[in-house]
Design a protein around this ligand. Sequence first.
Ligand code: AMP
Ligand code: MG
Length: 279
Amino acid sequence: MRFHRFEGEGKVKLGDIPEDPPDGVSKREAKDRFDELDKEIFELQDWMWGAGTHSTLLILQGRDAAGKDGAVKHMSGALNPRGVVVTSFGVPTEEEREHDFLWRVHRQVPRAGRIAVFNRSHYEDVLVARVRELVPKAVWKERYGLINAFERTLAAANCIILKFFLHITKDEQEERLLARERSPADAWKLSIDDWKDRDRWDEYTEAYEDAMGRCSSPDAPWIVVPANAKWYRDLVVAEVLAHALRPHKAAWRKTLDERGKVRRQDLREWRAARRAASK
Ligand code: AMP
Ligand code: MG
């Protein structure tokens, strides 16, 4: 596996981080490994659901055509729909704009036992809001600290947080956007804004680097996913998710086993009482 994980404040240089899969990893092997992880994650999710002590929040960020939707699709395919909620954050509505920037986000965080997947997130408020100058600098600058406090609040409530940046090259983005334009089936996904944002590639790079550099902690790390190849992107997301859930496995299992014992005992007592009453 090759990806970068940031869990403390510091300088992030996206230019130094590869967008392509490492040499020697084949698509075939990646798919086999993904299938294994798929099964493991399904079980982990089931136990997390049952134990009800933790929740998980997966945040997907990336430029247009970076593959956020594809990653959501593949990730949620591995999960039991019963316990997953996917939310896409677009341009804020009037009601949302009339609240603080975290209001709409906080309402969608997962309750215990659930996994929430965010396609875009509160990070847009230090990305697009900064680059397109939707708010004054003083406003977006203050948001890093507010985001950190918010994520600490979630982590303190046993929310397992993972933030993924899907890292693609400028050439790969161009190819994908042009392919969409050529394809009658995919053209509906296009937007002039994609190209306007592309013109500000370097400004977005800087905004992403600052967001990752200022808002990373062991409880809410950023993972830079090489995303030029979709199969590798999906593998990294699955591997990181399984790795984050695995340490809790024994405790979740213990909670479930103890509950199972209590339930069996309850049944035994209830049957004994019924027998006694029928005599
Ligand atoms: P898409 O992901 O293609 O559906 O597009 C959603 C659009 O909403 C993107 O262009 C984002 O930049 C924009 N967006 C998401 N969150 C915000 C926000 N907080 N402020 C302004 N624009 C946003
Ligand atoms: Mg866009």
